[in-house]
Design a protein around this ligand. Structure first.
Ligand code: FAD
Length: 385
């Protein structure tokens, strides 16, 4: 059995319920089984498959199936149980679960020693017409099917495609769409609408300079400082953030990437235990995008932080169940972040946020990170820091 500092086991088989089988949930599952192979783990997830969502924009090149792993396959691989259900997560019920040590799902009583909530964050949504798409649509239909089927229905000629949102997700989709149109020789004009004065404005300016230069090279129109109000038929309504002037542009299809909206943001202490009204709930932990740890570690909504929090929460659950009860604080700092700009290009930072890496080296970093996660999904943990 691998050694874990400050862990002297008292139990051979804990009953653990994980809510959410995304990046944090899977990282926790693998960690539990590494240190307690006989743990009885139930994974509650509303989906039938684990989605490697960091690849979703690549469905303009590869089938969606390539990025899905059935929870039934993970049940066989890890000997856990998957319950396909959406658990209603109300802050008020957490204290009750802590006291009862059971929850009810699909009319079944699930008893647990520890509960770990890793339900991620909801994608921001607004009401949308049939020619508007967002991340939820890409989770069901691969990009190439989605775009091709809609364009087929539209008349040829100047067909405008609008991407709304120039954050990391919007930019990754924008470039994939641009290359898809080129590969398929589809005549369409692509534009990006963004509320800030530069794309990728959560990163240093080197990101924006590089990405915007690549956008110009691909003849993508850029509307900075522009607010998106909505779409009626084949027109979008926009507003200039500086002057307040409202205007309309033709748009056959619009893709919305408006960011994340954590519906259930759970506050946790530095060890990952959910904070109740007065005290930390001893047997309820959280990790991933739905969690905010009161610690020096990174609370960014990234797969990187989700995996590290998932691992830490799992280690702390085991330590809490052991004889010493000495828990480890969350101190992980992000090591880098890479945004892909189509199949052969990327921009990112490594080690220091100002250390901007572009082109092939950036692409290689992304490949290594993705490969590391693929290994984790097979049960091999190669994360050192
Ligand atoms: C297109 C795209 C590209 C990205 N690229 C990157 C990248 O390159 N690098 C990076 O670091 N990050 C990236 N991210 C962000 C990263 O994917 C998230 O930060 C990460 O997925 C968060 O992991 P999580 O486990 O907290 O949540 P998720 O991975 O979202 O998993 C949550 C799971 O919980 C389930 N669930 C939710 N609510 C309930 C409920 N009530 N009951 C039961 N089950 C529930 C969901 O079905 C889901 O399976 C990207 C995100 C997107 C959308």
């Amino acid at each position: 059995m691998p050694f874990m500092p400050f862990y002297i086991p008292r139990h051979k088989q804990l009953r653990i319920v994980i809510v959410g089988g995304g990046y944090a949930g899977i990282a926790a599952l693998v960690t539990f089984l590494r240190y307690m192979p006989e743990a009885k783990i139930t994974l509650i997830d509303a989906r039938t498959d684990h989605l490697k969502i960091t690849h979703l924009h690549e469905t303009f090149r590869y089938p969606l199936q390539d990025f899905l792993i059935a929870f039934s396959a993970l049940e066989n691989r890890f000997g856990c149980r998957h319950v396909c259900a959406k658990l209603t997560l109300e802050k008020s019920t957490l204290e009750q679960w802590q006291n009862d040590k059971f929850l009810v799902i699909n009319d079944e009583i699930l008893e647990f020693d520890y509960l770990l909530i890793t339900s991620g964050s909801a994608v921001a949504q607004m009401s949308k017409a049939e020619n508007i798409f967002d991340l939820h649509d890409f989770m069901r239909i691969p990009g190439f099917d989605l775009l091709a089927s809609v364009l087929d229905k539209k008349e040829k000629g100047e067909r405008f495609i609008s991407v709304i949102g120039g954050g990391a997700t919007g930019i990754q989709f924008l470039f994939e769409i641009a290359y898809f149109l080129r590969r398929q020789k589809i005549e369409s004009k692509l534009r990006l609408i963004h509320g800030a004065d530069r794309v990728l404005n959560q990163f240093v300016t080197g990101f924006s300079t590089y990405a915007q230069a690549r956008m110009s090279a691909l003849d993508i129109d850029f509307y900075p400082n522009t607010h998106y109000y909505g779409q009626q038929a084949d027109e979008i309504s926009l507003g200039d953030n500086e002057t307040g002037r409202k205007f309309h542009l033709p748009s056959a299809i619009s893709f919305l990437f408006l960011g994340k909206q954590p519906k259930t943001l759970l506050l946790a202490n530095a060890f990952g235990q959910v904070m109740g009204e007065k005290h930390a709930l001893q047997n309820i932990f959280t990790a991933g995008d739905c969690s905010n740890y009161h610690s020096f570690g990174s609370n960014t909504m990234t797969a990187q932080s989700a995996v590290r929090k998932g691992q830490l929460a799992a280690r702390n659950v085991l330590r809490h169940s052991g004889s010493l009860k000495l828990l480890e604080p969350y101190l992980h700092r992000d090591l880098g972040y890479v945004v892909s700009l189509g199949p052969t290009d990327a921009v990112g930072w490594l080690a220091l946020e100002g250390n901007v890496v572009t082109g092939l080296p950036a692409l290689m970093i992304k490949e290594v990170v993705e490969a590391q996660y693929d290994l984790l999904l097979t049960g091999i943990d190669t994360y050192i820091v």
